[in-house]
Ligand binder design. Structure first.
Ligand code: GNR
Ligand code: NI
Length: 167
């Protein structure tokens, strides 16, 4: 087990497009364990491989509320095949700590993905789960939620991050 280092906006590596997973092997499953540990340690509800500088199409989530049983899920090579409606929600990101802004997303999505054994799943979801999956899937396409905000807000957030991570 190991904790992975999370990249911070505006690191250009957050804006790379991740490549599909081709082998469902023990190395992949070890990496997923490390992502799981890193997500829990950071108190995130999701984590994309892009955020830990691995350019593969993998993200993990756990949307269980406090005091509820874990709902840990692994999504590999996800494809959003359908999007319905619009919903606004306040979003945060482990790569942009301390920043919370409203983003418009599809309200309901249908998603195909593989689990860590290579099995294919199809799900339809809405609410926070749909928002979280769209946020994570964006990471795999090199997109951060800040990219949806005005240029003015983006510049403000860049300055804030510079200050926060100043050595
Ligand atoms: O922990 C997280 N919370 C969150 C809240 C609203 C919308 C999306 C998210 S995902 C975020 C973790 C993260 O950065 N995943 O990429
Ligand atoms: Ni994020």
């Amino acid at each position: 087990m190991a904790l992975l280092e999370i990249l911070h906006y505006p690191d250009e590596r957050l804006h790379q497009r991740a490549k599909p997973v081709t082998e469902f092997n023990d190395e992949l499953r070890q990496f997923i364990e490390n992502m799981k540990e890193t997500m829990y340690e950071s108190n995130g509800i999701g984590l994309a491989a892009t955020q830990v500088n691995v350019q593969k199409r993998i993200f993990v989530t756990d949307l269980a509320k406090e005091n509820e049983a874990s709902m840990f899920t692994v999504y590999i090579n996800p494809i959003i095949s359908d999007k319905i409606g619009e919903i606004k929600g306040e979003e945060g990101c482990l790569s942009v700590p301390g920043v919370f802004e409203t983003v418009t997303r599809a309200e309901k999505i249908t998603l195909q993905y593989h689990d860590e054994k290579g099995n294919l799943h199809t799900i339809t979801c809405d609410g926070l789960k749909a928002i979280c999956i769209q946020h994570e899937n964006d990471h795999l396409d090199g997109k951060v939620f800040v990219d949806y905000l005005s240029g003015l807000k983006q510049n403000f957030i860049k300055k804030k991050m510079k200050k926060l991570f100043k050595k």
